[in-house]
Design a protein around this ligand. Structure first.
Ligand code: F6P
Length: 366
């Protein structure tokens, strides 16, 4: 057993933000590695950082607790995307009040004997991890999101599985669209970026891909559909990322250029309706929504999650706190969390992936 480089006895694991396939695989790898390699005690923090506000929600994770969870979606620890302890929303006298509970959670972490915390989460959760690190907590980060929009890592786990789900859906939409000679709009996730739409669109043979990084118009999408009709192609698949902005030629109806969608489903329906009205033909809309966040992780995601979990434990053993594991040039590396947060990895409209799509006849509605 390699000797720990510091005085670690007990570590804790927390999952924050939206769930994604592969979280359990990270937890399993970290628990196994911490116990088998270093002989540490591992605590699971329930529901993001809420488990440190109410420490009775923390529980010891033994090897038996992680047995069989590798292929399971979700997170056995639970999660929340409303649990920033620095800006915690509580109800006081029927009014929502924002409180800073960071002292409380840091105190509870000390009382539980936690020497270091593995924080698994996306950009928002890693920002909280950084704030805790700056307050003296030993944290290491593990990046996750199906959106694949963290710039510090080439890929996040969860993305590959979401891509499989979205591609499978587009394949299925294809056959019904073709049979009914319809235009079908498929809305996929991607809060701010178009990675799922772009890659699932390419993999699923979409004819139009609409992403936040490429401004488009309804007029142009209509022209593409009419052109296909003139060529004898009686159906069209339009894949749209939920994060697209209102197209210029719908702004007089829907207003500002800001992101169109208060909740998923809005933008796909908005585009579907606009296409249907202008083309005067049947358009159907499918919103994949949270289906993309569920299910068993793909082999790629299981392996990446396992590598990240082990790497996070090794960072703790080396005393390298305030760092986040990442994948670069197919190798597991680490970066300062401070460097990693707040920088979105967006699709390059002039990059190879968009070029590949355009070269094979895909339109971006521009
Ligand atoms: O960031 C991951 C993600 O799934 C986005 O693609 C999506 O916009 C958002 O989370 C949905 O969040 P919620 O689960 O709060 O609806």
């Amino acid at each position: 057993m390699p000797a720990p480089a510091n005085n670690i006895r007990t570590i804790a694991i927390s999952t924050g933000g939206g769930d994604c396939p592969g979280l359990n695989a990270v937890i399993r790898a970290a628990v196994k590695s911490a116990i088998l390699q270093y002989g540490w005690t591992v605590l699971g923090i329930q529901d993001g950082f809420d488990g440190l506000i109410w420490p009775e929600k923390c529980r010891k994770l033994e090897l038996t607790d992680v047995s069989g969870i590798l292929p399971r979606g979700g997170t056995i620890l639970g999660t929340t995307n409303r649990g920033d302890p620095f800006k915690y929303k509580v109800m006081v006298d029927g009014r929502e009040v924002v409180q800073d509970l960071s002292e409380q959670i840091i105190g509870n972490a000390h009382r539980l004997g936690i020497d270091a915390i593995i924080v698994i989460g996306g950009d928002g959760t890693q920002k909280i991890a950084l704030d805790l690190f700056q307050r003296g907590v030993n944290v290491v980060g593990v990046p996750k999101t199906i959106d694949n929009d963290l710039s510090a890592t080439e890929v996040t786990f969860g993305f590959d599985t979401a891509l499989h789900t979205a591609t499978d859906a587009i394949d299925k939409i294809h056959t019904t669209a073709e049979s009914h000679h319809r235009t079908m709009v498929v809305e996929v996730m991607g809060r701010d970026v178009g990675w799922i739409a772009l890659e699932a669109g390419i993999a699923g043979g979409a004819h139009v891909i609409l992403i936040p990084e490429v401004p488009f118009t309804i007029q142009k999408v209509c022209e593409i559909i009419e052109k296909r009709t003139a060529q004898g192609k009686r159906f069209t698949i339009v894949v749209v990322a939920e994060g697209v902005k209102v197209p210029a030629d719908l702004r007089e109806v829907y207003g500002q250029e800001r992101r169109a969608i208060p909740r998923s489903g809005t933008v796909g329906n908005l585009i579907g309706d606009a296409l249907g009205m202008r083309l005067k033909r049947e358009v159907r809309v499918t919103v994949l929504g949270h289906i993309q966040r569920g299910g068993s992780p793909s082999p790629f995601d299981r392996i990446l999650s396992t590598r990240f979990g082990v790497a996070a434990v090794d960072l703790i053993a080396r005393g390298e706190f305030g760092k986040m594991v990442c994948l670069r040039q197919a190798r597991i590396q680490s970066v300062d969390i401070a460097e990693a947060v707040g920088k979105l990895k967006t699709v390059d409209p002039n990059g190879d992936m968009v070029h590949t799509a355009r070269a094979t006849g895909v339109s971006f509605g521009d």
